[in-house]
Design a protein around this ligand. Structure first.
Ligand code: FDA
Length: 507
């Protein structure tokens, strides 16, 4: 079905025969650059040397997606699928290798259907988390979806990569909260959960959507939320004993006395730590609970902001109470800051001395580095939840770390080299505290430093090259993901530099 070499002209002719012309942007089209850049988050991937797509298909219906897949397979042109565009390595719209490909952009396919009182919602693949939160919070205010902080992240990338956030301690990761999905497979057919089978349905809930097909819609599980939740921000500096606070914070995470309704994530930068709290209840209960498990934080009623869950998501994202919930619908990107991210998991407490030296030797020396610590435990830490999602970082995990290093000016050059050097130093320093064998990493914080697939002479990504990076994202679940890939896409049509290769028949 897939021709061995790409025929770009035939592919474009196929698209023009099967799709309205206004949906397809070729490189020569006047709108090509603005559509390409519309959801890019990092200007690093918009340089003269970036390998750009042959064209962009802006599908607005499922038949458009099917047509793009069929044309791609008939004429040997691969698709990069883009929903929210937040991929940390830009793999939804650029290729690292010099290959011919097209972008299938789903931003126009983004309806969210919510029925008041029902504990589920359908979200089209191109919806953002902010659009989902707004639809749920306005039409079904007794419910929430356990998503992440950044409102412009796509539902599809979030859920298909696992998806961590401030309510996962209560409800699990994003991938645990999917009830059904519709996927266009490598033959261009649309399959729902019953038709795709439980193995593929498991794989797309945390194993990365890009390896298996194009998800066009998700049926998401919604969970009950009280009418009032509480958010609080507590900023503490090195001078205020932040190392002591972090040493206490990390010992509370797996404590049986810590309710899953309470999440305190921490952002570290320069000489301070911001403790960001979301509590699924009223301020008075929060103060009592924090006072019992973590009195050293010194949280008082004056720190509390009581509001609806929807308003809380806006507060946490925008950092103020003034921006209305409608702000969550804004998809506009700003391309001012260059950045590179990496991730870790911690299963053994870092300890006071470790936190102290992290600030002394690393963070306080460069204000452009950031660490975000997402506590696990609760629902995400218990039970055999690998049954629902390939997200493997569960039992015994204290917290996930996201590292970020920022710079300004140009993509490459001295500022970039310095920022990347700082980040490498920080990552090396944290090696003594992070997990090892493998050093776990989060699939949604994609990092090409961990490795890239090697494509064999048969045109298929090799399983052994995938092990290098994929066992860090998926641990023991890599093999099962590769078996699913071999079943649904053995010719490896849906692939990028870090997609799941098919499991060889001999293994
Ligand atoms: P994008 O469209 O770039 O797609 C990401 C990957 O998924 C690509 O490989 C793409 O091909 C594939 N894909 C997208 N749509 C698909 C579809 N419909 N079918 C099949 N494959 C598809 N994560 C997290 O868990 N918690 C968080 O709090 C945050 N916060 C955060 C903040 C910021 C500023 C950024 C830049 C990123 C995050 N993330 C995150 C990471 C984020 O979840 C991750 O990058 C997601 O893959 C982004 O999904 P998008 O749809 O936006 O990306």
């Amino acid at each position: 079905f897939l021709t061995s070499s790409a025929s770009p002209d035939s592919f474009l002719q196929c698209l023009s025969a099967m799709l309205p012309s206004e949906l397809v942007y070729q490189q020569s089209s006047s709108g090509f650059t603005s559509v390409l850049e519309s959801s890019v988050q990092n200007p690093k991937f918009l340089t003269n040397t970036t390998v750009r797509p042959l064209c962009i298909v802006t599908a607005s219906s499922v038949p458009h997606v099917q047509a793009a897949v069929r044309c791609g397979r008939w004429h040997g042109v691969r698709l990069r699928v883009r929903s929210g565009g937040h991929d940390y390595e830009g793999l939804s719209y650029r290729s690292v290798r010099p290959e011919v490909f097209a972008v299938l952009d789903l931003a126009r396919l983004r309806g969210v259907r919510v029925v008041p009182g029902e504990a589920s919602a359908w979200a089209d693949a191109g919806a953002t988390l902010g659009e989902l939160y707004y639809a749920v919070g306005t039409a079904n205010p007794g419910f929430l979806f356990p998503g992440g902080v950044c409102a412009t992240v796509g539902v599809s990338g979030f859920v298909s990569g696992g998806g961590i956030g401030l309510t996962m301690r209560k409800y699990g990761v994003g991938g645990d909260n999917v009830l059904d999905a519709r996927i266009v497979n490598a033959d261009g057919d649309v399959l729902d959960r019953a038709a795709m089978g439980e193995d593929l349905f498991w794989a797309i809930r945390g194993g990365g959507g890009e390896s298996f097909g194009v998800v066009v819609a998700w049926r998401l599980k919604l969970s009950r939320v009280p009418p009032t939740v509480t958010v609080a921000n507590n900023l503490r500096t090195m001078e205020q004993g932040v190392a002591d606070l972090l040493a206490k914070w990390e010992t509370t995470i797996l404590a049986p006395s810590l309710p899953a309704d309470l999440t305190i994530r921490v952002a570290l930068q320069e000489r301070h730590a911001l403790f960001q709290t979301l509590y699924l209840g009223r301020c008075s209960d929060l103060i009592r609970t924090v006072g019992g498990v973590f009195p050293e934080l010194g949280m008082t009623a004056a720190d509390c902001n009581e509001m609806s869950w929807l308003r809380a998501m806006a507060f946490i994202y925008f950092g103020n109470t003034g921006t209305p919930a409608e702000g969550l619908l804004n998809r506009t990107n700003s391309l001012g800051t260059y950045f590179k991210s990496k991730s870790d998991y911690v299963r053994r407490a870092v300890g006071r001395a470790g936190w102290e030296s992290l600030f002394q030797q690393q963070l306080s020396r460069n204000g452009n580095m950031l660490m975000i610590l997402e506590p696990h435990g609760g629902a995400v830490g218990g039970g055999n939840t690998n049954a629902t999602s390939p997200y493997p970082h569960r039992r015994g995990v204290l917290f996930n770390i996201q590292y970020g290093s920022m710079w300004w000016g140009e993509a490459n050059g001295t500022a970039a080299a310095a920022a990347l050097g700082w980040l490498d130093g920080l990552y090396a320093f944290m090696g003594q505290y992070a997990t090892s064998n493998p050093r776990e990493a989060f699939a949604n914080y994609r990092d090409l430093d961990l490795g890239q697939n090697v494509v064999g002479r048969d045109g298929v990504s090799s399983y052994s090259s995938g092990r290098v990076w994929a066992e860090r994202y998926f641990m023991g679940n890599y093999r099962r993901l590769a078996a699913v890939k071999a079943m649904v896409d053995p010719s490896d049509y849906f692939r990028n530099e870090q997609s799941i290769p098919p499991l060889p028949k001999t293994l």
